[in-house]
Ligand binder design. Structure first.
Ligand code: NDP
Ligand code: OXD
Length: 307
């Protein structure tokens, strides 16, 4: 029995070495060592090549190498009853929270203006405005850790989830009216939703109409959740006033895409939080041990719900 780890766009050397230290008895293969495939019973994949799953008839379970699993659920070759897991560890969530706190605080406290003043040798302390209200769309592993990070700084937070589930001490909205209420209160609206048939295109012209003038949209969920032409139009109205985007419908963002040099858009290349090789190694070993014991993999995804 063997585990395949397939992530063509990642350097897996640290991950594979760490698994070797943690569980030297495991037969771990990468895409480069794929001559024999019938004995692979667990695969951990990220942006796997088309056709890969067809070559793995012995799979008992599969896991995303990251938090999002939509890349697996949309593979037409995914066997219908195969349990699908994901790796959403504490480090991944903490890195996401840190990134979002940095983005919001840097914008609120006007770090870019301080740089301008430095360039002009101008000594002018900037008095902070009252703390902004942060609205979180999605209160799962990533959203909950992000809430805790903002809460620790006494920044007001409100949240939105499908069922109204989320941290006990958070003001949580749900349903279409709940979404409008949350959006209309937020100075920074952060999308941390998984990509599903219900969240595809959720950041659209209708939602932007409810945003505060001058507010900031931050998307770290998935690019397909944003209707990109709607955002370009909405920025002209000031609702939102700016957008901070880490994920895009097409990645890498094409060289001629209008987002690159839009003055109100700040982009990053899908790196708000990236699976940590050492944390992933521990989670993969733990997940495989569960599968070997006849249990579901870690972070079992509800395939009907889509996350
Ligand atoms: P979880 O599955 O733990 O949480 C999902 C959350 O979204 C839950 O609160 C769920 O609500 C809510 N939700 C799902 N569908 C809807 C809907 N239709 N309407 C309202 N709320 C909904 O996911 P994670 O927190 O672990 O990760 C979220 C996403 O973050 C990932 O899927 C990935 O796309 C993205 N991500 C991006 C990274 C980056 O670097 N840019 C890094 C890591 C993750 P409920 O609980 O009520 O069902
Ligand atoms: C993830 C990601 O889903 O990096 O883990 O986007």
């Amino acid at each position: 029995m063997a585990v395949l780890i397939a992530a063509p766009d990642r350097d897996l050397s640290v991950l594979l070495a760490r698994i070797g230290e943690l569980a030297p008895e495991l037969d771990i293969r990468s895409l480069e060592q794929l001559s024999e495939t019938t004995d692979i019973d667990f695969a951990v994949v990220w942006k796997h090549p088309a056709g890969l799953l067809r070559q793995l008839p012995g799979l008992k379970a599969i896991s995303s190498l990251g938090a999002g699993a939509e890349h697996l659920l949309t593979d037409p070759e995914l066997p219908p009853d195969l349990p699908v897991g994901r790796l959403a560890g504490a480090r991944l969530a903490a890195d996401m929270a840190a990134w979002l706190v940095a983005r919001v605080i840097g914008h609120w406290r006007r770090f870019d203006q301080l740089r301008v003043q430095q360039n002009e040798r101008r000594w002018q302390p900037l008095t902070p405005q009252s703390p902004p209200v942060v609205g979180l769309l999605g209160l799962g592993v990533m959203g909950t850790r992000t809430f805790q990070a903002f809460r620790s700084l006494d920044i007001p937070v409100a949240g939105y989830s499908r069922t109204g589930r989320g941290p006990d001490d958070l003001d949580i909205h749900f349903g279409p009216d709940g979404l409008k209420t949350l959006v209309s209160r937020s100075d920074y609206l952060i999308c941390l939703l998984p990509l599903t048939q219900h969240t595809r295109g959720i950041l659209n012209a209708e939602l932007f109409k409810h945003m505060k003038t001058g507010s900031v949209l931050i998307n770290v969920g998935r690019g397909e959740q944003l209707v990109e032409p709607d955002l370009i139009d909405a920025l002209k109205t000031g609702r939102p006033g700016e957008a901070i985007l880490d994920v895009f419908s097409t990645e890498p963002l094409p060289a001629d895409h209008p987002f690159w040099n839009h003055p109100q858009i700040h982009i990053s290349p899908h790196c708000a939080s990236i699976t940590h090789p050492r944390e992933a190694a521990e989670l993969i070993v733990a997940s495989y041990r569960r599968v070997q014991a006849g249990k579901p993999p870690l972070g079992l995804v509800d395939r009907t719900r889509g996350y």
